[in-house]
Ligand binder design. Structure first.
Ligand code: FES
Length: 571
């Protein structure tokens, strides 16, 4: 006998509340049969005009509805907090957990049997997935897709990646305001999210490698008609998933997380992958540690030749065959039997994938780089860990000892970095404090701070930079990130002073502050905890409860899930 739908508790009853639930929905013109044994599919939409990368998702929701209706479901779209990476202050990461709460409570409180997550811009994927995990209903993700390749005077340019070059282009290569304008208009010329292997593309690949999308969904450009086909098919499939009771917890096993780590290394994904995957694992109850990313991912070869570290963009990735090619190629590293949303194993889904351009997707036998994954560092400067992406760093700096030049905050950095009198050269280590989860607050993407103009003009293009912040997936450099514990809660990073010597040894996985324990104890005794960044509202709540980066920067009381049951009725 078929299991009773969760939505029956709202729409199936013949009592007073059944009348109330149905009657008000009838204002939208639904006939009787919509309330009888039809899986109700909540289409969780992060569309917002304040999130340009997701500006097309309103149309996509209509396409998903077509699929849901074809399969006999009842689609109901609902809006959730949307996080626009390029405009929100001080940083979208401050609101990832807030948005996840919105998603979680919106799903649980409503007559929903299955969920479609419409995502795109960086945080909209992890925030919605974190929330959905804490409810654990059948769920499928439709990634919104990347923009078309950026173009500037005959060249392909990548969104996001150019941002990090503006200071250099203006100050060293003498770009005119017209040049910058032409880049600005040419780099963002269609709907969709950033088309480099930045965080949004990384998140799209993450959900596909976790088995949460239909095969091949991640790389299809936002404006390609085949993206809409994928959305429609996802609408059909989620109805079947409800009938099969194929919940997130059946898909998001430890094996699925390990697969995602391998794939992220093979595609050269963003360091933000770590912090989001840790938070997602925490919600669904899978044990995952920072060390797992090194143990599982750091020896994986790089196959994908995409900016910021490579040559191509997401559109090229799609034409070359997309993520199924990478998954097929990496089969020997993966748990191929891990089940995906279509009910089949990840290996079976991708076994027939063909590569159409080996310059974009290299083969396992001839990778672009060996050992491409993210390295996790330990040492007295990061007792709970820090991360670096060696494939985005300068090889000559991966083992380095240098003099610290310390900035106490972003404001301090901006005030002094281009001061001609600043005592700094290319052998120095730039140390930036106060940009962690609690300190900023929200852990912004500032770890890859620009070099001083006087060094850029000398031709220096990279230096070791260390901070408790994050880095955009579109950026690169020898940048040590996510130092934990952060400076604002009293991590050793807080005690670093100008002139201290710092040793970075990526191969040895070591980050060391060459200051004696006795001297550090003296400095610690004098250290004064910064004033909290807020005294009221959500931000106060956040800084009192956010966890450190090495466990995913979720709120302590949001880890885990509460399931889909609601104990009390509306009455
Ligand atoms: Fe939205 Fe890059 S700003 S994906």
């Amino acid at each position: 006998m078929e299991k009773r739908l969760r939505s029956y508790d709202w729409f199936g009853k013949s009592d007073k509340m059944g009348f109330v639930h149905r009657s008000w929905f009838r204002t939208q013109g639904y006939p009787d049969d919509y309330f009888v044994n039809r899986p109700v599919i909540g289409i969780c939409n992060t569309w917002s005009e304040l999130t340009p990368c997701n500006g097309h998702l309103r149309d996509f929701a209509e396409v998903v509805k077509r699929g849901v209706l074809e399969a006999g479901g009842f689609p109901l779209e609902f809006p959730v907090t949307s996080l626009g990476e390029t405009v929100m202050r001080p940083t979208t990461m401050l609101f990832r957990n807030l948005a996840s709460m919105d998603v979680e409570e919106s799903i649980r409180a409503n007559p929903i049997d299955g969920v479609v997550l419409l995502t795109g811009c960086d945080k909209t994927t992890p925030s919605t997935l974190m929330g959905a995990c804490s409810v654990n209903l059948p769920t499928i993700v439709v990634p919104g897709g990347a923009m078309l390749n950026g173009r500037f005077r005959g060249e392909c340019i990548g969104s996001g990646t150019f941002n990090w070059l503006i200071k250099e282009k203006q100050g060293v290569e003498n770009y005119t305001p017209q040049d910058i304008h032409d880049v600005e208009t040419g780099v963002a010329r269609s709907q969709g999210h950033c088309m480099t292997m930045g965080t949004a593309s990384t998140m799209a690949c993450m959900v596909e490698s976790l088995g949460l999308t239909l095969p091949g969904a991640a790389a299809i450009p936002a404006v390609d008609a085949r993206k809409k086909v994928m959305a429609q098919l996802s609408g059909r499939r989620i109805v079947e998933m409800v009938r099969e009771d194929l919940r997130l917890s059946r898909l998001l096993t430890r094996e699925a997380f390990e697969n995602a780590i391998v794939v992220n290394s093979a595609i050269g994904g963003s360091t933000n992958f770590i912090i989001h995957l840790l938070a997602i694992a925490g919600r669904i109850g899978v044990q995952l540690t920072l060390e797992d990313f090194d143990v599982i991912g750091s020896r994986v070869p790089l196959l994908l030749n995409l900016k910021p570290s490579g040559k191509y963009l997401m559109e090229d990735f799609y034409y070359a065959g997309g993520l199924p090619v990478v998954i097929r190629e990496m089969a020997s590293y993966l748990h191929g039997e891990a089940i995906t949303v279509n009910g089949r194993g990840v290996a079976e889904n991708c076994s027939e994938a063909s590569c159409y351009n080996e310059d974009v997707i290299a083969s396992l036998s001839r990778p672009l780089q060996e050992d491409a994954g993210i390295a996790v560092l330990k040492g007295n400067l990061c007792e709970d860990g820090a991360v670096i992406k060696p494939s985005a760093a300068s090889p000559h700096l991966l083992k380095h000892r240098g003099r610290a030049v310390v900035f106490e905050s972003m404001e301090d950095y901006h005030a002094r970095i281009d001061d001609p009198a600043l005592d700094i050269d290319e052998s120095c280590v730039i140390v930036l404090k106060g940009v962690g989860p609690v300190g900023y607050p929200g852990m912004p993407e500032v770890g890859n701070v620009d070099l001083p103009m006087k060094l850029l003009q000398k031709g220096v293009r990279d230096m070791v930079r260390i901070s408790d912040g994050r880095m955009s997936g579109t950026a690169g450099g020898t940048v040590v990130l996510h130092v934990s514990p952060e400076s604002s809660v009293g991590g050793v990073l807080a005690l670093v002073r100008d002139g201290d010597m710092i040793e970075l040894d990526v191969a040895g996985r070591r980050l060391h502050l060459d200051v004696s324990d006795e001297e550090l104890a003296v400095r610690r005794a004098r250290w004064v905890r910064p004033e909290p960044a807020a005294t009221r509202g959500y931000v106060r709540f956040y800084i009192e409860h956010v966890q450190q980066a090495h466990v995913g920067a979720d709120m302590d009381w949001l880890r885990g899930g509460s399931g889909a049951d609601v104990k009390r009725d509306l009455h």
